[in-house]
Design a protein. Sequence first.
Length: 362
Amino acid sequence: MKIGSVQLASPFVIAPMAGMTDTAFRRLVKRHGGCGLVVTEMVSSEGLVRGIDRTLEYAEYTEEERPVSIQIFGGDPEKMAAAAQIVEGMGADIVDVNMGCPVPKISKHNAGCSLMREPEHAASVINAMAKAVKIPVTVKMRAGWNDNARNAPELARRVQDAGAAAVTIHGRTAEQSYTGSADWDLVARVAEDLEIPVLGSGDCVEPEQIVEKLLRTPAPAHPRTSRGIAGVLVGRGVLRNPWILAQAADLAAGRPARQVTMAERGQFLLEYIELLQNERVHEEKGFRHVAPGASHPPRPTSHDLVRSHDRWVINKLRALMSWYSKGLDGGSQLRVRVNSANSLEQLRDVIEQFFSVESVGA
Ligand SMILES: Cc1cc2nc3c(=O)[nH]c(=O)nc-3n(C[C@H](O)[C@H](O)[C@H](O)COP(=O)(O)O)c2cc1C
């Protein structure tokens, strides 16, 4: 599948997830295979333009994650175009626009899913961005704002005409948030109607569901073209099972999905801790793609900084564990133990015991 001139080796994509899909997590998922594209957590266009360190950090990525899409949010066409230029300057392959976030903090600023309520304005944002950069501009939207306004089909066409190179639809409305189920028939209909690739997102927690969604066709009454759903973004399913994209790729290739042992699951967590712990430490020049001119927070060397960095790693693990432990025998006890671990040493011990795995060296 191709988005503009960017070739994806697989149609399976890690969905953007704020607070979760940081560069370390994306690297680990990518290493397990099956992943054709990674998308960063959403990044504020305002923060990018103003050069705010925390914002710039969210957009950072490493070479092994390529192709990389940086997702930005905002509602001002000029600022979004300027932010797209910063993203292009960072060397990203794609810039994606968040038109799906239902959280009031974002949507009340005329950004995220509230852009779906003003299709003309949304198109002007895409138009300004597409004129400002050479890399493909893509859009991630929902089915609509609410059940009375399921306007993804019209908006998708508008943003295509404004210069978008691909569209992803999470088939729920903003009002639904995460309740109910994603409407994949809607995704399939839009895919038939548009000339650009249309990807879908929502409710894939088993590899079989990913493959089934990719092959989904619209209800028989809908006029058919040869275009189907071009790709599937997997969100919560990857947090539960980082091998899910590799397993979907196995199935799509006609092989049985690879089996993952408990020890491998434990190893993933230990590696994640290690990568997070070493973020920015001993990294070779050029390892990390940062915004031109970005200043960096100090490396964790002093005692206080090491402690606060450790605390950050512990909090990251707690956040991941709330998804990762779902469906595991004894998952709720594991969550309790991880939530009460107060040092990285304790955290590693809990993981080593639960998954019967040896640490690779702390
Ligand atoms: C914790 C979390 C954070 C999310 N953050 C973003 C985000 O930053 N940008 C975005 O476009 N979607 C975001 N989403 C939505 C996902 O990308 C995805 O579309 C949605 O979760 C449905 O797919 P799933 O059922 O595979 O999780 C987020 C979802 C979750 C669960």
